[in-house]
Design a protein around this ligand. Structure first.
Ligand SMILES: Nc1ncnc2c1ncn2[C@@H]1O[C@H](COP(=O)(O)OP(=O)(O)OP(=O)(O)O)[C@@H](O)[C@H]1O
Length: 328
């Protein structure tokens, strides 16, 4: 396999939640792929379906309400949607690692750090010299004084250290893909930066693909090669970070970029995106962003938009919009 072969390929993924008020589709036909050694960012406002996409890939949707209603998720060619629960248990941790938002809840408070790293190694069929292997993994993720800290409990460590331990657990099985869902939100800014450097280091050493879910476009610019922008359960734009940042081709992406303060650009006022995302049970036939879009016309409100090439026609740059051609 070369670096440019997709290791993870999601096609037309549809995920539903059965709520007491009726079923809602929270992921509505999402397709993307990630290559070996590549970092793909998934961005979008709260509620756009980023986490539900990640949980679908891991097959850990909230029970009993969540289910994958359609599509495929191919990991190295194998469709995860078709696997049994026990086959999926073997994939989790071993082939896909997951780093969640809050390191405080990802670690078990009653076991030492060492025990938890060793457990991850055992799940991944590692035998013998496990304590030494755990210490070496902790060193790899830059936990200082790892030989002593391996005996510590989570509450004896800072948030940043705990996130490093979660990082060590996620790479214990040398996974093909790591899914990181807002892994830095609970950390302060300096620790965030160190943590992002750590993810880059892990990627350089292991060649793992990373799917990085975040609200933070600064992190995307810093860490990701490509990104997809989600809105109301759909992808509205996809492309390389350069293409999307330099030639945003969906009005929602433009609004998102405008809502970010630039250190090198004086802004008088933060541009907040007016209005709210639609309630998912109220979505009509047209573009979901139309009610908030300054460019929307009657067609946008009634007919689902086509997927068109991005504004500067970069390879793999697309937007789902009727108005891309008219954007300044
Ligand atoms: N347990 C749940 N019960 C009901 N609705 C839910 C549940 N979890 C998620 N949803 C709904 O599913 C939709 C997608 O949510 P999701 O968590 O994937 O968004 P997100 O983009 O990850 O947001 P955030 O950035 O806030 O994590 C939202 O409309 C949300 O309200």
């Amino acid at each position: 396999m070369t670096k440019n072969d997709p290791i993870l390929c999601v096609k037309n993924l549809r995920t539903e939640l059965a709520l007491s008020s009726g079923a809602i589709e929270v992921v509505r036909g999402v397709s993307f792929s990630v290559n070996k050694g590549e970092t793909l960012g998934i961005v979008g406002e709260s509620g756009s379906g980023k986490s539900m996409t990640a949980l679908s890939i891991m097959r850990v949707l909230p029970r009993p309400i969540g289910r994958i209603a359609g599509g495929s998720i191919r990991l190295d060619g194998r469709d995860l949607v078709q696997l049994t629960e026990s086959e999926m248990t073997r994939i989790r941790g071993r082939e896909i690692g997951m780093i969640l938002q809050d390191p405080h809840t990802s670690l078990n408070p009653v076991y030492t750090i060492g025990n938890q790293v060793i457990e991850a190694l055992q799940i991944n069929q590692q035998r013998g010299g496990l304590l030494e292997k755990a210490i070496s993994l902790l060193k790899k993720v830059n936990v200082a004084d790892a030989a002593r800290r391996v005996h510590a409990f989570p509450h004896q460590m800072s948030g940043g250290m705990k996130q490093r331990v979660v990082g060590a657990i996620s790479i214990a099985g040398a996974p093909k893909v790591i899914i990181a869902d807002e892994p830095t939100t609970a950390l302060d800014v300096t620790i965030q930066l160190q943590y992002l450097e750590l993810l880059e280091q892990i990627q350089q050493e292991t060649g793992t693909a990373i799917v990085f879910i975040t609200h933070d476009l600064g992190i995307v610019a810093r860490l990701c090669h490509r990104l997809v922008v989600m809105y109301a359960g759909r992808i509205v734009e996809e492309g390389t970070v350069d293409d999307v940042f330099n030639a945003p081709s969906h009005p929602y992406t433009v609004a998102l970029l405008n809502s970010v303060p630039h250190v090198d650009r004086k802004v008088d006022r933060l541009y907040a995106i007016k209005g709210n995302p639609p309630a998912l049970h109220e979505i009509g036939t047209g573009c979901s962003f139309a009610p908030r879009c300054p460019l929307a016309d009657t067609r946008c409100k009634t007919v689902s938009p086509p997927t068109v090439p991005g504004k500067n026609h970069g390879q793999g740059h697309f937007a789902a919009c009727w108005k891309t051609g008219e954007m300044a």
